[in-house]
Design a protein around this ligand. Structure first.
Ligand code: SF4
Ligand code: SF4
Length: 747
């Protein structure tokens, strides 16, 4: 594991930047230049050195570097290639300088990187590793060329294996290229089609030329040297050489030189376009995909200082420099594959948001505002677009930023670990805290959270009313130590929303059956602040979170059961940023534990129906909880569990996350309607949710499709489970009931 901190940037916008270090550190862009210069000098020296040493082996089978290539061409090779390497290093260093404009970001490397699209992964690997091996075999030949006679190793069996590996790599590489061409220009999936530019043809064409000319240069060389038998190990070059049987030695010599020159020129073209086109992702993507945040859990937003005490002058991101170096590296690492676009619920329903564009537009602003000279944008942009400053909002609109449901589907599917959601949330922080530029409806929710402690705007005194007719629910006083093992965190929806109050009541009944007393805070519980934070209003978030933490700590609370995945995520992953550390489990995890341990008896739970489970984004992608809810529904006898087409890590959002719950959805179709149709298409008579927002949204969506509750019942898992237990008990009671006496006959 490697720890990486790039901290060359000291933001003038921050009065809290750390003390300047007296030590001069080598900057990343200087390192790039040093590596490029080293490679250039190495190549140059490797051309000159053999002329001085004259080390040459007679051993066979082997081959000389530049066999059959005239001296002037060799000189050209050893001068132009080093020059290109040095130029490329300087051009690439300009890109790295752009990343250095970002704020510090502490990262570590991780070996964990899950590829979600295996076919595209195989294709990219064929091109990438095929190319690397080809570069490797060329380098090995060059190293052998420099060795004293006794140390030369590329002869005999080693040479035969070398020939075989080189041809194998060439085949793998070319097949990968042809696959990529077919995908982009024949199959043309939407996400690729809409972003295909001439640049892609140039890159694929260059690669194709490198591969094909390499094989032809090899075949002409083998034919020129009378096709020795050992060259059969070049299993492509050798049979190819047989095509030139009728040619004279002069013609073979000529065509060998032509194909060699074409090969070298195509490689030079590769070097020329590498730093200035999206081909750069050969370097940047592998670098990016193994960088992981050092401390922050997956579901947590970036920490911010206490806003009532900080001397920071600005919050969130409005200019390129407000992002971290990793966020800027992201823009150069994007492969433009569009997988993020294809899973974005906002994009799919016609909202003005495309996550890929967020990355690319950030890159465009970064490239156009580079103070150190021209840097090419991530991909060819429309010539009519002008960018005159480093403001992100030159290219990104507030409408795009507010369309996001924070579902994290884009981050989860990105094959190169680009963090798109963070960028959107950073911009929301700026819009909300610095500009008060947020949808008007949010203002109502903000006021309700501020004045009533919940976004529903209902009197806090009514928070515990759902438990009025229930036994076994204790409202604990915030002034007293908590004696129960767990505190049950109901959440605002479970306390005030009529549908979700039934979930809370069902959970209370299930816990009672399991012999667990429910301890709740009642009127003392305030909103965790999830909606405030995800809409960028960190002031309000801290205003809600800090008293909550103070109260929980004062009561000695250590273990919390959260009914809402948003509360679960905030309590578990974000309260530690403010000093509140608790062991938090979601109610579906608790149910799973109770069923597994036998404390909750589900042996009679039975429903002869079909059910489908809708993944909550904040339980699933933000916290990797996928199995617990499925195990709970799976414990019900007779219930057929079917998955929706988009499930698990690819599950579609209900549309309410990221405070979208409190905003109008007036553009395009409704996210919840689309998800509800997908749920209905399974033919299920029950839809299970594990989040109060999902419950509301899917229930509304199903009703909007004209389907009533007696046809398809949408409800939280707790309600379905209680239904099943009670149905099983009723069935048993019916079986045990004595037969009613037969009615007297009229006859
Ligand atoms: S951000 Fe990731 S998923 Fe989206 S286009 Fe770029 S590489 Fe592909
Ligand atoms: S988090 Fe979800 S809604 Fe937001 S950009 Fe990513 S995929 Fe789209």
């Amino acid at each position: 594991m490697v720890r990486i901190v790039m901290s060359t940037h000291a933001s003038p916008r921050s009065a809290e930047s750390g003390p300047a270090s007296g030590r001069k550190r080598i900057k990343p862009h200087q390192l790039v230049i040093a590596i490029g210069c080293f490679m250039g000098v190495f190549t140059l020296v490797s051309g000159v050195l053999p002329l001085i040493t004259g080390w040459h082996t007679e051993k066979t089978p082997s081959r000389e570097v530049f066999d059959g290539i005239p001296g002037p061409l060799q000189v050209a090779f050893y001068t132009v290639i080093p020059a290109m390497l040095v130029w490329g290093a300087f051009a690439f260093a300009d890109r790295v300088k752009n990343w250095e404009r970002g704020a510090p970001d502490r990262r570590r490397t991780t070996s964990k990187n899950i590829k979600r699209d295996s076919a595209a992964g195989v294709m990219h690997s064929m091109i990438y590793f095929g190319f690397l091996v080809l570069l490797g075999v060329t380098t090995v030949l060059e190293i052998d060329h420099q060795m004293p006679v006794d140390l030369k190793f590329l002869h005999g069996r080693v040479y035969l294996a070398y020939s075989f590996i080189a041809d194998l790599a060439g085949v793998v590489f070319l097949v990968g290229i042809i696959w990529a061409v077919v995908r982009r220009y024949v199959q043309r999936p939407y996400r690729i089609r809409i972003k295909t530019k001439p640049e892609h043809a140039l890159i694929l064409g260059t690669f194709f030329l490198v591969g094909v000319t390499g094989f032809f240069a090899e075949a002409f060389r083998i034919a020129l040297f009378a096709r020795p038998g050992y060259e059969k190990w070049s299993f492509i070059g050798y049979p190819l050489s047989q095509l030139f049987d009728g040619l004279s030695v002069d013609r073979l010599d000529f065509w060998h030189q032509v194909s060699w020159i074409a090969h070298v020129v195509s490689f030079l073209l590769f070097l020329a376009i590498l730093p200035i086109t999206m081909l750069r992702h050969m370097f940047t993507s592998p670098l990016n995909m193994y960088l992981k945040d050092r401390q922050r859990p997956k579901g947590a937003m970036k920490a911010m200082p206490n806003l009532t005490e900080t001397s920071l002058e600005t919050f969130g991101a409005s200019v390129v420099e407000d992002f971290t170096w990793k966020q800027l590296l992201d823009t150069d690492a994007c492969t433009m594959c569009g997988r993020c676009t294809s899973v974005c619920p906002a994009h799919a329903t016609g909202k003005p948001l495309d996550p890929r564009e967020i990355v690319l537009k950030t890159g465009e602003v970064m490239a156009a505002s580079a103070a150190h000279g021209h840097v090419s944008p991530p991909i060819g942009t429309d010539g009519e677009i002008t960018i005159s400053s480093s403001s992100l909002f030159e290219r990104i609109t507030a409408e795009e930023v507010w369309s996001c449901t924070t579902c994290k589907a884009c981050d989860e599917i990105c094959p190169v670990n680009i963090e798109i959601l963070d960028k959107i949330l950073d911009m929301r922080r700026y819009l909300s805290l610095m500009e008060s530029n947020f949808p008007g409806e949010l203002g109502t929710a903000y006021r309700a959270m501020e004045n009533q402690g919940n976004p529903w705007g209902i009197n806090q005194g009514e928070r515990g009313d759902w438990a009025n007719d229930l036994d076994g629910v204790t409202v604990v006083s915030p002034g007293q130590p908590l004696t129960a093992e767990y505190l049950y965190w109901v959440g605002c929806a479970g306390s005030f929303d009529d549908k979700n109050k039934k979930v809370t009541q069902a959970m209370a009944k299930l816990l009672r059956r399991a012999g667990i007393d429910v301890a709740i805070l009642g009127p003392s519980e305030m909103c965790t602040g999830d909606s405030a934070r995800r809409s960028g209003n960190e002031y309000l978030f801290q205003m809600l979170a800090m008293p909550n933490i103070e109260m929980l700590d004062g009561m000695g609370v250590r273990k919390i059961i959260a009914q809402c995945p948003h509360c679960f995520n905030t309590l578990k992953n974000e309260y530690p940023q403010l000093g509140g550390n608790y062991e938090v489990i979601h109610h579906t995890q608790l149910l799973e534990n109770l069923i597994d341990s036998g404390k909750l008896d589900v042996s009679r739970a039975s429903l002869e129906e079909r059910i489908t489970y809708h993944d909550s984004c904040y339980l699933g992608r933000h916290n990797d909880v996928y199995l617990a809810p499925r195990k709970v529904v799976g414990s019900i006898k007779g219930l057929e569990v079917v998955e929706m087409q988009r499930n698990g890590t690819k599950g579609m959002c209900c549309g309410a996350g990221g405070a979208r719950m409190w905003m109008e959805e007036s553009i395009g179709t409704k996210v919840n309607d689309e998800r509800a149709l997908e749920a209905l298409s399974t033919g299920a008579s029950r839809v299970a949710t594990a989040c109060p927002f999902c419950y509301i949204m899917l229930d509304d969506g199903v009703k909007a499709a004209g389907v009533e509750e007696d046809q398809v019942k949408v409800a939280d898992i707790a309600i379905h489970l209680l239904d099943a237990i009670e149905a099983g008990e009723r069935a048993l009671a019916t079986q045990r009931a004595p037969l009613a006496p037969a009615a007297p006959s009229d006859n």
